[in-house]
Design a protein around this ligand. Sequence first.
Ligand SMILES: Nc1ncnc2c1ncn2[C@@H]1O[C@H](COP(=O)(O)OP(=O)(O)OP(=O)(O)O)[C@@H](O)[C@H]1O
Ligand SMILES: [Mg+2]
Length: 381
Amino acid sequence: MLTARERHVEELAASLRARLIERRRGEAAAGRSVSAPLPEEVRDLVEGEAALLGAEDRSAVEARIVRDTIGLGPLEELLADPTVEEVMVNGPGSVYVERGGRIEPAGVGFPDEEDLRNAIERILAPLGRRIDELSPMVDARLADGSRVNVVIPPLAIDGPALSIRRFGVSRPGPEELVALGTLTAGQVGLLERAVSGRRSVLISGGTGSGKTTLLNALSSFVAPEERVVTIEDAAELRLQQPHVVRLESRPASVEGRGEVTVRDLLRNALRMRPDRIVIGEVRGPEALDLLTALNTGHDGAISTVHANSPGDALARLETLALMAGLGLPHGAIAEQVQRGIDLVVHIERRGDGVRRVTEIAEVVRVAGATAVRAFELDDGG
Ligand SMILES: Nc1ncnc2c1ncn2[C@@H]1O[C@H](COP(=O)(O)OP(=O)(O)OP(=O)(O)O)[C@@H](O)[C@H]1O
Ligand SMILES: [Mg+2]
């Protein structure tokens, strides 16, 4: 049984927490980034709203709000484990993790769907995001840069599906990728010359093959004097350069307003006097704007695309640009691809979890058509 005082602390914490969530949602809807770190914001809130409470009760209320807001149940131990790279929840009883590139059962679970839903709400609420029948899929980014995706029933048939891709404070650089077996020394040399020489580089690969990680590593070859603009759906990149402007797209609100796409951001970025544009992933009509930019003097862009081979990557870029719907003839777009993209770097994830760059190809014109020609590197790359 709770004492009257405990019950009061609990009720107060619940109502203040609801207010906190509303406030953060309001901030997010207005496009303002979330203000203070959570514990500080909670302290301010409690001091403002429960000033008459004794110090001891106040800190009990604070602790309760923080616990209920960031308490993640069985996920907590997984997220505290630095070797866990990805957490995948496929309903309350099915939790997997990825460690060292391998997926394995996590050995934990949620008691029921309700508990899993609560944990999901606790992850999303402080970010100012909500998930419900109207918007049953959410992509978000945690304060530490980790990426979160949630899909709930009825779209997810066996219960809410949650994926968290974690990013440590630092991302592997080119040397670390050599140590991991991803790149050979010869490939690093080639890519360094390409990026610092302002060639446009497209990284291709499947889901989770390490495209974003490789993009991040290649960005280290951008000269420190350059003004870099990065554009992403969820800001995952960690560039080391001093002069970087980071832009992140935004989904539409529940009322269907306020969407800002990667394409919108790219068009805006071109007016920001960028020396270098880095697009996290090309997967929509921004392909056309990127090609136009590359053909009108904005050289040296770096991006990634989901594709099965370098040739496939170019074909996909063409398809995306064609779908942007300006009615441009295929030949014109193919020509823009061929003139705009210099190199395609293909990365693959092997069964044992090792990521390897399997091909670096240059874009050439053969018999009037766009083609790729692999570089032969004598160190086996
Ligand atoms: N070179 C690498 N060696 C080993 N593991 C890697 C390597 N690169 C990335 N990883 C791991 O693979 C996972 C996916 O990496 P990353 O986000 O770079 O892939 P991606 O291809 O961009 O994925 P997506 O298709 O979801 O955008 C991460 O958990 C990361 O820790
Ligand atoms: Mg990626």
